[in-house]
Design a protein around this ligand. Structure first.
Ligand SMILES: O=C(O)CCC(=O)C(=O)O
Length: 274
């Protein structure tokens, strides 16, 4: 699958591109079954919510599971990603499964992934790309990823300061538990939304959302709907943008140090026996 020049232009302008129905229902079913099986296993990349039971994320699904190992090498993802990164060879920086079960308050604050990639993982530039694969239908009710179109042009934005954070937390205790390292402050979010607005790309299970790691995004809680929302989030990086060594590297299952370029597998790879 190749992106058209129109699609490449849209991605460049908006910092994201939605590809509806990329994967067939049979392929989605295979991935969903493997995601459920992974939730029952124990390994370091499995992150639970504060209740100690509900799975929030599985880091490194592609290192633990054959189907996700194949998904990250699927030509429907790798070929468009290579185009977005200037026809460069790419490697897998990270892959996670993000779970938002029905009637749960799991959320992600506003942030840029490039802050993590550049500041924590040592990427020289933000020239990486992310593919989100919808394992469930994503609709207006179950907490779609929210994106500020065009915000990738800002480059790295300063996250919330300690002072802003302590004020916000005094005001709303719940923020303390929702804090992520590079969360943006409310004044910053307000200014950015005035400039860029917010979109919530939605689509059937099997759709793919491509986005630029500097595109500001976040994700509200799925507290009201009876619909689960599981997505696979895969970050690819160009072999021209290999990270420099950092002092306290994040674990391999969060930020890979295997920079070998990947070869796309065959189109039907998700349906082959494991
Ligand atoms: O799950 C989502 O909708 C957003 C996740 C996210 O922000 C991330 O993985 O960086």
């Amino acid at each position: 699958m190749q992106l058209t020049s129109e699609e490449l232009k849209t991605y460049d302008l908006q910092g994201y591109l939605l590809l509806p129905n990329c994967f067939a229902p049979g392929e989605v079913e295979v991935m969903r079954a493997e995601a459920s099986a992974l939730c029952l296993q124990d390994f370091a990349g499995k992150i639970l919510k504060r209740d100690g039971k509900t799975v929030r994320m599985i880091h490194g699904a592609h290192l633990e599971n054959k189907v996700f190992h194949r998904l990250v090498r699927h030509p429907k993802l790798v070929k468009p990603i290579m185009q977005l990164l200037g026809d460069s060879a790419v490697y897998i920086h990270r892959c996670s499964l993000n779970f938002k079960p029905a009637f749960e308050d799991t959320m992600w604050s506003w942030h840029q992934d490039s802050s993590y990639f550049c500041k924590n993982d040592g990427m020289p530039t933000d020239q990486a790309a992310i593919a989100i694969v919808f394992l469930d239908e994503v609709n207006e009710f179950n907490g779609p990823t929210l994106v500020m179109p065009g915000s990738h042009k800002e480059g790295l934005i300063n996250p919330i300061t300690e002072e802003e954070e302590s004020l916000a937390i005094e005001e709303k205790q719940y923020l303390k538990s929702r804090r992520t390292q590079y969360m943006l402050s409310r004044p910053t979010v307000t200014k950015l939304v005035e400039k860029y607005g917010i979109v919530a790309p939605k689509g059937p299970a099997g759709s793919v959302l491509l986005f630029h790691p500097s595109c500001v995004h976040g994700s509200a809680a799925n507290i009201m709907s009876p619909f689960n929302r599981t997505i696979a989030v895969i970050a690819y990086n160009s072999v021209e943008n290999i990270p420099v060594a950092v002092e306290n590297p994040r674990p391999e299952y969060v930020a890979s140090r295997d920079y070998r370029p990947i070869e796309p597998l065959s189109e039907d790879v998700l349906l082959q026996a494991v």
